[in-house]
Design a protein. Structure first.
Length: 671
């Protein structure tokens, strides 16, 4: 069995609606599958769709949003038994099958009125409720007789206080009519006169075919229309009526008594009476009947000036009315320029004609809406068209234009949301949002371009992730291949380009660092220091990626181990130097202490020991070098050779004495 919605309004259950089709549109428009009359709702407010056994609710870009279990939804949400959808004053409770509806909500024979669905019989009963029965107002007989509509034939007479009309149960007159608002209008007493006030209804309240904009005093015989129902208001003072009857009786006696005189005066009196009746019809807007009265008056008295003026005025008003009808037909046919020209013609003849002014205002709103649509100012167009439709709710052209403006507004919103989703790399959600753009939309091509960009961005993002993984595992060549694939689809993808540059910088450094592990057992202090500098370059590399961070951590660890190795070399060299010095081998001891200082310049013990040995050896080495050089100058080659070799045995390789002795010995050997 299909799922159902239990619809309630202000805690009163209204109907049980079966979801027996794949898509159900909910809103204020009569074209919706489920129509809810609430001014807070958009014409097409939300939808419920079925995919398999899953039902989802989604907002259709409404002004006031859709609440699910008290929270406003931003995307389609799955429904489960008991979920409550709130739309304005309406609450829609979802049940997966009609059999799942609790007894208190789905039964037709419930006694409690607060939990029973509202039907026409309920409304009839509510109308007849003694608590709401109008009360008599003294000295005046006031009636509202319903002449057409679902309550045709009912009459409300001599009520006390307000007489309220609407679809809600709190009204005196309850209309079972979707075109009537919950609280539509009221009649109230002020300064001894009854006034009619529209309570902000969706489709308006009309007096004598004219839509009212503010409270208006009611006159005897006024016609009132709300939705499909029409009513007549009458007000008669019985005291005055009785006096009038007495007077009429006396007049009748006098008339019968003076029949001859009355006969002579009949033409002029009859013309006046017919003219007065014609003026009354004229005031009510019944121009054809008014012309009939004026014509009869002229038949009775051909030169009666007031009747001639009346028939001229009635013809003029009827002509204006016919022209306005033509203008409205032109507007319905989307010929707004012709419609406006006809209205201006009427206003040239009747500058204060209220109906013409109202129609011109509507036409100007439609014209401004067209300008707004050309400028793609959809909110302004929607607002203007909404106002125009209030006056002409049956215009299919206006409805189509409004639907187009709303569709374009939704399409533009979808584009903005899709761009935001693209920036947040929510590619599938962005693609779904753009897929809603209709092919006839102004934004369709832009939406397709953005879908292509989403596909491109998604491919490049995946390539970037794959390349990062390969690079982090040390497969630089494979990472570069994946980067090139991504750049073929998206040549300007910034993360791919940055990762490619990082790999170019990191690869040679990492090759060097991988070799650095072998130095952890070496005593080659210069090589260790070079490797520490390479690690430092890797650590300070201006590249930010997960793979580079891993390599940076590896370099930092190797750098720490190499510095520990230098400290170990320095300590071991100090121990060896002390042992050699104890054996009297100052030269080897000095070399050991020098190595300790080179490995750790902060090793004070090694530095002091080296300076002490050097202070003892330098004078001896300096003296031996001087003697050897003198012997070399004197040609005493054997003595010079012996002295130079002694200097080499005492001096440390690399210092000044050692290098001078080495050069002198080389010169001696070339002789």
């Amino acid at each position: 069995m299909s799922a159902v919605l239990v619809v309630s309004c202000n805690k009163v259950l209204v109907q049980k609606f079966e979801l027996n089709q794949p898509r159900v549109v909910i809103g204020r428009s009569q074209r919706c599958d489920l129509v809810l009359q609430d001014r807070e709702l958009s014409r097409e407010h939300s939808e419920i769709t079925k995919a398999g056994t899953v039902y989802k609710v989604a907002d259709l870009g409404s002004r006031n949003g859709t609440d699910l279990n008290g929270e406003m939804i931003t995307e389609a949400q799955a429904l489960k038994d008991g979920d409550t959808i709130t739309l304005g004053d309406y609450q829609l409770t979802f049940y997966g099958t009609s059999s799942a509806v609790p007894d208190g909500e789905g039964a037709d024979d419930m006694e409690d009125a607060a939990t029973r669905f509202v039907g026409e019989a309920d409304i009839k009963k509510a109308v007849a409720n003694p608590d709401k029965k109008p009360k008599v107002t003294p000295n005046m007989i006031c009636r509202v007789a319903i002449e057409s509509g679902p309550l045709k034939g009912e009459m409300h007479k001599n009520w006390e206080g307000e007489l309220t009309f609407g679809r809600g149960f709190n009204n005196t007159v309850i209309f079972p009519d979707d075109a009537v608002s919950t609280n539509h209008a009221r009649i109230y007493l002020k300064d001894g006169h009854h006034y009619l006030e529209d309570l902000g209804s969706s489709n308006g309240t009309f007096i004598n075919t004219v839509r009212m904009r503010e409270p208006q005093m009611l006159n005897h015989g006024d016609k009132i229309r709300m939705g499909v129902s029409t009513m007549e208001y009458t007000a008669v003072d019985p005291v005055k009526q009785k006096k009038m009857r007495v007077r009429l009786a006396l007049v009748a006696i006098l008339l019968f008594g003076g029949l001859g005189v009355a006969y002579m005066l009949q033409p002029e009196d009859q013309a006046a009476r017919l003219t007065e009746q014609g003026n009354a019809m004229l005031g009510r807007g019944n121009y054809e009947q008014a012309m009939e009265y004026f014509a009869r008056a002229l038949e009775a008295s051909p030169s009666y000036a007031e009747a001639e003026a009346g028939i001229s005025r009635a013809r003029s008003e009827q002509e204006a009315l016919d022209l306005l009808a033509q203008s409205e037909r032109a507007a319905v046919e989307d010929r707004y320029a012709d419609a406006l020209e006809i209205v201006n013609r009427v206003l040239r003849l009747h500058p204060n004609h209220r109906g013409a002014r109202q129609l011109r205002e509507v036409l100007e709103q439609v014209d401004r809406a067209s300008v707004a649509m050309r400028a793609q100012n959809w909110p302004a167009a929607i607002q203007l068209l909404d106002r125009a439709i209030e006056s002409y709710p049956d215009s299919e052209v206006l409805q189509l234009r409004l639907a187009q403006a709303q569709s374009e507004q939704r399409a533009r919103t979808a584009l903005a949301e899709a761009r935001d989703l693209l920036n947040r790399q929510q590619f599938e959600a962005g693609r779904r949002r753009l897929a809603e753009t209709a092919p006839e939309s102004t934004y369709y091509e832009e939406a397709q371009e953005l879908i292509a960009l989403i596909d491109q961005e998604e491919f490049a993002t995946q390539a970037y992730a794959d390349a990062q993984d390969s690079f982090a595992q040390g497969y630089s060549d494979q990472a570069l291949q994946e980067i090139e694939k991504g750049l073929e689809r998206h040549p300007t993808h910034a993360p791919l380009l940055a990762l490619k540059a990082d790999i170019g910088m990191v690869t040679p450094l990492m090759a060097q660092i991988r070799e650095g592990r072998g130095l952890l057992t070496s005593s080659d202090v210069p090589a260790i220091r070079r490797m520490i500098e390479a690690c430092n370059a890797m650590i300070n590399l201006r590249a930010e990626s997960e793979a580079v961070d891993r390599f940076r951590a590896s370099a930092r660890e190797l750098q720490r181990d190499l510095r520990t190795r230098l400290s170990t070399i320095s300590a071991e060299s100090v121990q060896r130097g002390q042992a050699l010095r104890g054996e009297g081998n100052d030269r080897e001891a000095l070399m050991a202490f020098a190595l300790a200082v080179e490995a750790d310049p902060e090793n004070r013990e090694a530095r002091v020991a080296a300076e002490s040995i050097r202070s003892e050896l330098v004078p001896v080495i300096e003296d031996r070098l001087r003697q050897a050089l003198v012997s070399l100058e004197l040609g005493q080659d054997d003595l010079a050779r012996e002295g130079l070799r002694e200097v080499l045995s005492l001096a440390i390789p690399g210092d000044g004495f050692y290098e001078r002795a080495e050069r002198a010995l080389d010169r001696l050997q070339r002789r």
